[in-house]
Design a protein around this ligand. Sequence first.
Ligand SMILES: *Cc1c(COP(=O)(O)O)cnc(C)c1O
Length: 217
Amino acid sequence: MAEAARRAGRSPSDVRLVAVTKYVGSDDVWALVAAGCRDLGESRPQQLWQKAAALKTADVSWHLIGHLQRNKVARTLPLVSLVHSGDNLRLLETLDAEAAHANCTPVPVLLEVNISGDTAKHGFQPHELGPLADRFACLPRIDIKGLMAMAGREGNLDDARREFSALRQLRDELRRAWAGRWSLDELSMGMSSDYEVAIEEGATLVRVGTALFEGLE
Ligand SMILES: *Cc1c(COP(=O)(O)O)cnc(C)c1O
């Protein structure tokens, strides 16, 4: 990660690792924490609930990186520091309502963008976001921190680079358009196979699972 940041003239401290724990049990997550990981990610809400309970005494922040069904919002909200998968307006409305109900501070979320055009993927279409600003502005308990995306599954690294670059450009445009309302500083992109390319293209958060556990019995 540090080498990729330097290659792009960025500071290694500008990129955070979200260690994705979905492949392992709580013992291995404790090993990650001992190794210095402080940001942990789960894609399934139920798994996040279980692991957060098992690691209750650890000084860690949980990131929800996968689809959140609206009936799981209330239980998930108190556990997470960032929802990467803000992938539709109704979910954001539910998060806003739940945060109001629980009387808590605005929920940090990323807007998930479907940059690969794969219809099986969750997320907003890139062109949808600009016009939705007025709708988002009606949700005072949502704090939009940036954008998240996944590269297309079958894509090679050149495709991934193009998609990450497009996400960054979209972020830059929205940041100008939405200045003063939302900061949009975060770009969550890059996984085990493409995190270096993502960092070169501006990622501030990479979500890496498989590569952390190579060789684990
Ligand atoms: C599983 C997952 C990752 C991590 O993928 P790896 O290829 O194992 O690094 C990242 N992001 C999301 C949304 C995931 O579901």
